[in-house]
Design a protein around this ligand. Structure first.
Ligand SMILES: Nc1ncnc2c1ncn2[C@@H]1O[C@H](COP(=O)(O)OP(=O)(O)OP(=O)(O)O)[C@@H](O)[C@H]1O
Ligand SMILES: [Mg+2]
Length: 281
């Protein structure tokens, strides 16, 4: 082996370890067509370890489809998804999904099972014993603010918001390093929603979680995201930190989106002033 080859090997080793330490998920030119419709169009982005990336965009912009291509619930029409440098097309789908916590947009709980059984689905598949599962379920019920005795109830008896919290608990059950969350707090009242946003932000730091978090709520995106990827009609309109998007929106759509909270606050203020004026006159 000549010196050139040794140098080449060393360099590629350095490049590989650098790459690994900075990127957990990479989408390369990923597209998904449903018949004529290009639901996701040549999407490229990366997610770093420990980062929470928000996918933000209007209804039908391709957020759920993108999320499902990361755990192979949907197969891309073209392009590549890499997890820790490995092409996920080479990972068996069930094995892949056990490594990734997934919170479905529309529930996706098993209706014939109790709350506790739903939460313990992945730990059961991984062969955890009954005691360890019971402890984990109790821990998670507390975390998502559900009473411990709720564990025995059929999930179908819970309200929509309670079921959504079971969905979050289930996704966290086997302590995944990566979570995909599809509008996890959409069915909650604003006060519970705010509390759970805060507790999720806390546990993701504690567990050093990496997450892709889908929402169409601008305020939630600003509060939760390290970076925000704005999707518009299947394409990535812009990706950046909340302040980068605020200060330098790349398109008119991003600008409009980013100014929504302020517009809404101004509208509320105007309304209150109008009401005050009515009372005075
Ligand atoms: N299985 C499917 N077959 C055909 N079309 C689909 C399928 N899944 C999604 N689509 C279409 O692809 C587009 C993107 O859908 P997607 O569910 O990714 O949107 P979204 O951004 O998650 O929207 P929302 O905010 O309403 O949940 C939509 O036009 C949708 O109708
Ligand atoms: Mg969706």
């Amino acid at each position: 082996m000549g010196p050139c080859k040794t140098t080449h090997l060393r360099l590629s080793h350095v490049a590989r370890s650098r790459y690994d330490s900075f990127t957990l998920i990479e989408l390369r030119e990923v597209s998904k067509r449903f018949g004529e419709l290009e639901a996701v169009n040549a999407l490229s982005l990366t997610v770093e370890p420990g980062e929470l990336l928000v996918l933000l965009g209007g209804s039908g912009s391709g957020k759920t489809t993108t999320l499902k291509m990361v755990n192979r619930l949907v197969e891309p029409s073209s392009g590549t998804v890499l997890l820790d440098g490995e092409d996920i097309a080479d990972i068996e789908p069930h094995a892949l999904r056990r490594r990734i916590g997934y919170v479905f947009q529309r529930l996706g709980l098993f209706p014939h099972m109790s709350v506790a059984e739903n939460i313990a689905v992945t730990p059961s598949l991984l062969g955890w014993d009954a005691e360890r599962r019971r402890e984990r379920v109790a821990e998670l019920l507390k975390l998502v603010e559900l009473d411990n005795d709720m564990g025995e109830r059929p999930v179908t008896e819970l309200s929509g918001g309670q079921q959504q919290r079971v969905g979050v608990a289930r996704a966290l059950a086997a302590k995944p390093k990566l979570m995909l969350l599809d509008e996890p707090f959409g069915a909650l009242d604003p006060i519970t929603r705010e509390r759970l946003q805060q507790s999720f932000a806390r546990i993701r730091k504690e567990l050093d979680l990496t997450a892709i978090f889908v929402t169409h709520d601008m305020l939630e995106a600003l509060l939760m995201g390290d970076r925000i990827a704005v999707m518009h009609e299947g394409k990535l309109a812009q990706i950046g930190t909340p302040s980068e998007l605020m200060q330098a929106p790349a398109t008119e759509y991003v600008e409009q989106l980013m100014s929504t909270p302020k517009r809404q606050a101004d509208a509320v203020e105007r309304l209150l002033r109008l009401r005050d004026d009515e009372v005075v006159s």
